[in-house]
Design a protein around this ligand. Structure first.
Ligand code: SF4
Ligand code: SF4
Length: 184
């Protein structure tokens, strides 16, 4: 290596060092963008459509709309949903299939949303509650119908049998009666 090449290489190294230091210096005065989680939990914005975990749609009275039709279970591509049912006796003497347990395994869910879009009763939805970290794998398996089931409503009371209406008097009968009275 000649002296000229030596100094050229030295200059290139020094220039490279300065270039790197310029980037570091610029970042030193740039405002921070680091999210202070979980301290900012109260003000954190999670997009409404973010799919964090599946849940039942419950109304204000704690009723859900799942009929245990199993459409979502059949449409789930990786067996994340498992539904068990039971037969219940209705007050009118008939039997009806009801949901027993709706089991969802968050650990195997790919968040494809096929279950939600295929449900004919809009009974399930995705929550955007992203804090789903747990210490044990089994804690990711959840029963979605966690509220107690409501009893079947009693059948509406039948109206009491009314007394038979008096037979209508035909016009001919009236004439006949009047004629008989005249004869008498
Ligand atoms: S969530 Fe919907 S599709 Fe799934 S079993 Fe219930 S009613 Fe059927
Ligand atoms: S989002 Fe997809 S993978 Fe997850 S439970 Fe629904 S159908 Fe299955």
């Amino acid at each position: 290596m000649s002296i000229k090449e030596y100094f050229a290489s030295l200059f290139k190294g020094f220039y490279s060092l300065l270039k790197g230091m310029a980037v570091t210096g610029r970042e030193l005065v740039t405002p921070k963008v680091t999210e202070q989680y979980p301290e900012n939990r109260a003000t954190l914005h999670i997009p409404e459509r973010f799919r964090a975990t599946l849940q039942f749609v419950y109304d204000d009275e704690g009723n859900h709309k799942c009929t245990a039709c199993r459409t979502c279970e059949r449409n789930c591509p990786n067996g994340t949903i498992s539904i068990t049912t039971r037969m219940v006796d209705l007050p009118n003497g008939k039997k009806k299939q009801k949901l027993d347990k709706y089991i969802y395994d968050l650990g195997s869910c790919t968040f494809c949303n096929l279950c939600v879009t295929s449900c004919p009763f809009h009974a399930i939805e995705f929550s955007n509650d992203f804090e789903q970290a747990v210490f044990q794998r089994k804690s990711l398996v959840k029963q979605l119908n966690y509220l107690p089931e409501k009893e079947e409503p009693a059948p509406a009371a039948q109206p009491a049998a009314s007394a038979p209406a008096p037979a209508a008097v035909k016009a001919g009968d009236t004439e006949k009666t009047e004629t008989q009275e005249n004869k008498e």
